[in-house]
Design a protein around this ligand. Structure first.
Ligand code: NAD
Length: 484
């Protein structure tokens, strides 16, 4: 019987078997059943093949000659194809890592808009010209970097095509995209959509594999940039490998432990869905999820009771199939993710007060009840470390100064949310919060035109999306003309 999905690497616009001979398995997180036992893992020779294909496409052939308008046409065609194949894409993600298709769709709908946005930029890569002073005429033009590798987390793989592949291609680079070992099917499927859109061979390549494959990319002497999304630990290793090899550029989008602050004058009808559904989207497996909640003491009893009740209502649907479009909450991604989260919950039961959840739901698959801890001890892991699961930690505060200090008392700095009807206070606090994005009266919302990235150890200062993301995939060249 023909396979239901592609499991081979996508290099040079063809599906090829890995020369490494290695494969990996993926299991359906709803029940642990085998989804695929033969996902091809890229080894050294495979990564070399992908780099050779991407290098050739960058230096020779149609892509190297293609103008920005034509690159834009191809990006627009991919956007159309992605839209037409959206259901298949999200089904493949859901099978591998359990995201409910309804949630997946709400994010995936935005992806074509990113490609169309960057298609518009592809023929507008303007430079700068300076007045001819000191006998020379000077200008700066922006050029692509060359072969760019993207290494990604598994939680919303297709969002990373939008954040990474779209701007990289608009700028004229060629791309090798490594999907996460936890969710490789959607990425492999996307390969043929890029070919069908008309991207020449070697321009977009997909490889699969785990940390070892990622390391081969990070250490490769012919790759000019790694655009990385994942944990702080792995990001640090990528930066080291890049430094030890060819000092390639590294963009790091890393973890978070983001605060949400609810002041006494907040509109709770608006805040509660953001704090509950917004946080539990994708089972809390979102880098920017507001997993530390600070509530003003005057409203804390009421708000905590409402959140407990809301979590418990959401929990009733836990265990339903993620392939059912009405399911909101799915399992966590796999057994490793499940074990990590359950360890944090066990620690939380000792260092904080559990008010709801805290258990596996059912006895198959990796469903974890939406969980709330309150009053954690200040050194507890549930308060200080990223859990990347459906576990919310709540503290009450008295003053604005105090809550700003607590919110910033972390090495993370990805996102924050502030709920208040007082706009002056909202802007004052937003300015003092050490994070790359701040939502006022809203959970984090990615947008194609605004910058996304982390302060402190949530990143290394680079930004994705908008013109900020585009510039990350280009380098400036200054040209002087000496006037005679
Ligand atoms: P991870 O760091 O384990 O893996 C991310 C990717 O890096 C995977 O493709 C993995 O194979 C690869 N990898 C692992 N070790 C590597 C190494 N030594 N060298 C090269 N590549 C390596 O993270 P994860 O479990 O996939 O994702 C969860 C983490 O990602 C969380 O910390 C989350 O906050 C973060 N994340 C950040 C963002 C963001 O935009 N800031 C978005 C989503 C997820």
């Amino acid at each position: 019987m023909a396979p239901q999905f592609e499991t081979r690497l996508f290099i040079n616009n063809e599906y090829v078997e890995a020369k490494s001979g290695q494969t990996l398995e993926i299991h359906n997180p709803t029940d642990g059943s085998l989804v695929a036992s033969n996902i091809h893992v890229a080894g050294e020779a495979d990564v070399d093949d992908a780099v050779a294909a991407a290098t050739k496409a960058f230096k020779e052939g149609p892509w190297s000659q293609m103008n920005g308008a034509k690159r834009g046409d191809l990006l627009n065609k991919f956007a159309d194809l992605f839209e037409r194949n959206l259901d298949e894409t999200i089904k493949l993600e859901s099978l591998a890592m359990g995201i409910p298709v309804g949630s997946a769709k709400s994010f995936a709908h935005a992806i074509p808009a990113y490609f169309r946005y960057y298609a518009g930029y592809a023929d507008k890569l303007e430079g700068d010209v300076f007045p001819p002073e000191d006998g020379s005429y000077n200008f700066v033009q922006y050029e692509p970097l060359g072969v760019v590798a993207c290494i990604c987390a598994w939680n919303v793989t297709y969002l990373y095509y939008a954040w990474k592949i779209a701007p990289a291609l608009a700028a004229g680079n060629t791309v090798i995209f490594k999907t996460s070992e936890k969710s490789p099917l959607g990425g492999l499927f996307a390969g043929k959509l890029f070919a069908e859109a008309g991207f020449p061979p070697g321009v977009v390549n997909f490889v699969t594999g785990g940390a070892a494959t990622g390391h081969l990319l990070a250490a490769h002497p012919k790759i000019r940039m790694i655009s990385f999304t994942g944990s702080i630990n792995a990001g640090r290793k990528v930066q080291e490998a890049a430094a030890k090899s060819n000092l390639k550029k590294v963009s790091l989008e890393l973890g978070g432990k983001s605060p949400a602050i609810v002041f006494e004058d907040a509109d709770l009808q608006n805040a509660v869905p953001n704090l509950a559904h917004g946080f539990l989207f994708n089972s809390g497996q979102v880098c920017a999820a507001a997993s530390r909640l600070y509530v003003h003491e005057s409203i804390s009893t009421n708000l905590i009771a409402t959140l407990k009740e809301t979590f418990e209502v959401i929990s009733q649907g836990l265990g339903n199939s993620p392939l059912d479009p009405t399911t909101f909450l799915g399992p966590v991604a796999d057994s490793a993710q499940f074990d990590t989260i359950m360890k944090y919950i066990a620690e939380g039961k000792k260092s904080a007060k559990l008010i709801t959840g805290g258990n596996q739901k059912g006895n198959k698959g990796y469903f974890i009840e939406p969980t709330i801890f309150v009053d954690p001890s200040l050194d507890s892991k549930v308060l200080r470390e990223e859990i990347f699961g459906p576990v919310l930690v709540i503290q009450t505060f008295k003053t604005e100064e105090e809550v700003i200090e607590w919110a910033n008392d972390t090495e993370y700095g990805l996102s924050a949310a502030i709920y208040t009807e007082n706009i002056s206070r909202a802007l004052r606090v937003a300015t003092k919060i050490e994070s790359g994005t701040v939502g006022i009266n809203s959970a984090f919302r990615p947008d194609k035109s605004t910058a996304f990235g982390g302060y402190k150890q949530s990143g290394n200062g680079t930004r994705e999306s908008g013109k900020y993301g585009l510039h990350d995939f280009m380098q400036a060249k200054t040209i002087h003309i000496k006037l005679k």
